[in-house]
Design a protein around this ligand. Structure first.
Ligand code: AMP
Ligand code: MG
Length: 329
């Protein structure tokens, strides 16, 4: 792993929105728990990425062998907050086979025929996967509330409904990590301007973004209300200062890492007789000492065919790294 900088304090504790969380007091330019700056953060993040990738493979293997666990990362934030950057830079460190990404925009005609949670339920991650929601069911108490897209009385009932939904998701075996990326007004303005100034960023700009920006205070109010009423024990909100993209990325990497590590997953044990299978296989080989060109241990932990039978070499390698060789079953 080599030497790299460390968190002063786990971001999970620092960023979780508690009962008395006050959004107006959040310094969006701050980097809570990280005092080493950007270059050190990028190095540490790459190292964490490898560990995260290893944990992801365990989750994937667990899902393939009857486990019911999954993880869902919910990303909320106004335009330019960096949701796409998290997907690219954090989830991009993982095996795409194990990631289920869903983006939620203005509901389509088909989606509008159903309850607002219909499209959300269909996108929940199956066992073994890390789901990522780029926007989510929480838009119901953000844009829908601010723009008055449903009657206020109906909208008022959404908070309890969202809490119930989250509890169901958690009870079904999913670790829910709800992340709100919060940029400052100035930073959002600068990022939008950059989108307009650069030809290669025009595709990211939407004239509607300025209309949303004009409702800044209403949106901040809606976010505050959302944190107060839906940051629960089972599914807390993590409020991430997002003026520094590198900070938001390393913070979300760490939140994911902790969540996966807390699952405490061991490698599934073979449901076949390994020695017997070795003997059966050997009997089919004309050169018993023949070694595979690309050793399964040296391909970065991938390519073993997705869990299950990667064999004892793989197990030894993970075992040597320590800390993750815990037993679950
Ligand atoms: P983007 O994330 O930039 O692709 O934009 C998606 C747009 O869809 C944003 O303007 C959201 O406010 C909007 N959106 C997402 N969910 C809903 C919803 N449930 N109702 C109305 N608009 C939504
Ligand atoms: Mg947008």
């Amino acid at each position: 792993m080599g030497k790299h900088a460390e968190w002063d304090e786990a971001p999970g504790e620092l960023l979780r929105a508690g009962r008395d969380f006050v959004l107006a007091d959040l310094d969006r330019d701050a980097t809570p728990g990280w005092s080493e700056g950007k270059a050190a953060a990028e190095k540490a993040m790459a190292a964490r990425g490898e560990e995260l990738s290893d944990l992801q493979e365990r989750l994937f293997a667990d899902g393939r062998t009857g486990g019911d666990r999954s993880v869902l990362l919910v990303l909320q934030g106004l335009d330019t907050a960096g949701k796409g950057g998290i997907v690219r830079h954090v989830l991009g460190m993982l095996d795409p086979q194990g990631v289920a990404l869903a983006s939620f925009g203005v509901p389509t005609a088909e989606e509008r025929k159903h309850h607002h949670l219909w499209r959300i339920r269909r996108a929940l991650p199956p066992a073994g996967k890390i789901g990522v929601f780029d926007r989510s069911h929480y838009e119901q108490v953000l844009v829908v509330k601010v723009d008055g897209l449903e009657p206020a009385e109906e909208n008022e009932g959404r908070y309890a409904e969202l809490n119930r939904f989250d509890r169901q998701v958690v009870n079904a075996g999913t670790t829910l990590i709800k992340v709100a990326l919060m940029v400052s007004y100035e930073e959002q303005g600068a990022r939008l301007r950059e989108r307009l100034e650069r030809d290669d960023k025009h595709w990211k700009y939407n004239p509607g973004d300025v209309d949303t920006r004009l409702k800044w205070d209403e949106f901040q109010g809606a976010y505050q209300e959302m944190f107060t009423r839906t940051s629960t024990e089972a599914a807390p909100w993590y409020v991430v200062p997002a003026d520094h993209k590198w900070y938001a990325r390393i913070a979300v990497t760490e939140l994911l890492y902790r969540a996966l590590s807390d699952l405490d997953l061991s490698w599934p044990t073979a449901d076949f007789d390994v020695e017997k299978e070795k003997a059966r296989l050997a009997a089919t080989m004309s050169e018993p000492g023949y070694q595979a060109h690309e050793h399964q241990d040296t391909d970065g932990g991938r390519g073993g065919g997705g869990g299950g039978g990667t064999g004892s070499k793989e197990k030894d390698k993970k075992g040597k790294k320590g800390k993750k060789g815990k037993k679950k079953k």
